[in-house]
Design a protein around this ligand. Structure first.
Ligand code: CNA
Length: 287
């Protein structure tokens, strides 16, 4: 469709019309899909933004390709670059952004059906979004285990290792089945390339199908299967993109609204239209 194609569900393709849709009670099951772009304002670099993204800054780590840092065979061979990066990304050093708080406000108003995030920074939880409403599609830094025997590794020791960019090793002693000390490399439970997504991702995909509004925020939609999620939104259900650039198929359907620019600004505009702006800023300041 072109930008002047008339919408089917909305009055017009604008944030004002999205706000009307929410306020009229027609959107009670809002699904949100997020990526690294909602955390850049917190100081965490994304992958693909030119110049500021991680991929643009990995040259110093001497990797075959920037993506190797999240590649399991490479990690098994050389885990050090991952830990250099992990030091910069580790949860606890950052605060949620206005975009995170907006999603949390949706949850507070019982409008959030489900949040699907690709982020591994745990800022959704830090913003107070209830964990049962979050699918961390690419896992998170919240837990970790040995890549060989899968024995979990303690959180406090993990934090110490990451703060020194040191590679933690499995502490499992001899067992009946295996008389050796394991000493395998420990990796956070984040999903590396070619690893399976958590089963929760697949279990909750139905929620996208019965959503009555979808918000896509801060993602390049380059990583599958996550990138396919917006395609599961039913025909006639509005989809809004808050992103620096146009991505995926967003903008191609009659009820798609594109809000191009930084997502905190876009979300503040929507909050203005909804009359939620003061509440949003107050919640954000409280964190
Ligand atoms: P990406 O491929 O780096 O894309 C980010 C997208 O966000 C791009 O389209 C940018 O234009 C856009 N963007 C950047 N800043 C803003 C902003 N302030 N406002 C609006 N849009 C913005 O990242 P994706 O999440 O799409 O890629 C998936 C990877 C990135 C996942 O596997 C993540 O685990 C991984 N990642 C996560 C984090 C994190 O947890 N914060 C950080 C870096 C990478």
């Amino acid at each position: 469709v072109s930008d002047d194609t008339p919408p089917e569900t909305l009055r017009e393709r604008s944030l004002a019309a999205i706000a009307e849709h929410i306020k009229s009670g027609k959107a009670r099951r809002i699904v949100v899909m997020t990526g690294a772009g909602i955390s850049t304002a917190a100081g965490i670099p994304d992958f693909r933004s030119p110049e500021t993204g991680l991929y643009a800054n990995l040259a110093k780590l001497n990797l075959p390709r920037p993506e190797s840092v999240f590649d399991l065979p490479f990690f098994r061979h050389n885990p050090k670059p991952f830990y250099v990066l992990a030091k910069d990304l580790y949860p606890g050093n950052f605060y949620p952004t206005v975009s995170h708080v907006f999603i949390s406000l949706l949850a507070k108003k019982c409008l959030l059906h489900q949040l699907f995030t690709q982020n591994i920074d745990c800022l959704e939880r830090a913003a107070g979004i209830p964990s049962e409403l979050i699918v961390e599609a690419h896992g998170s830094f919240a837990t970790q285990r040995c890549i060989e025997c899968k024995t979990p590794f303690p959180d406090d020791l993990m934090r110490e290792h990451v703060s020194r960019a040191e590679v933690p090793r499995c502490m499992r002693g001899p067992t009946e089945l295996d008389p050796t000390h394991c000493e395998g490399f420990v990796k956070p439970d984040i999903v590396f390339f070619h690893e399976a997504l958590p089963s929760l991702f697949h279990d909750r995909m139905d929620l996208v199908d019965n959503a009555d509004l979808a918000l896509v925020m801060g993602t390049s939609l380059q990583v599958h299967p996550f990138a396919g999620l917006p395609e599961y939104v039913k025909k006639g259900v509005p989809r809004v993109l808050f992103n620096m650039e146009r991505v995926g198929s967003l903008g191609s359907l009659a009820d798609d609204v594109l809000e191009l620019g930084d997502c905190d600004t876009g979300v503040r505009k929507l909050a203005d239209e909804l009359g939620w702006r003061e509440e949003l800023e107050a919640e954000w300041r409280k964190l």
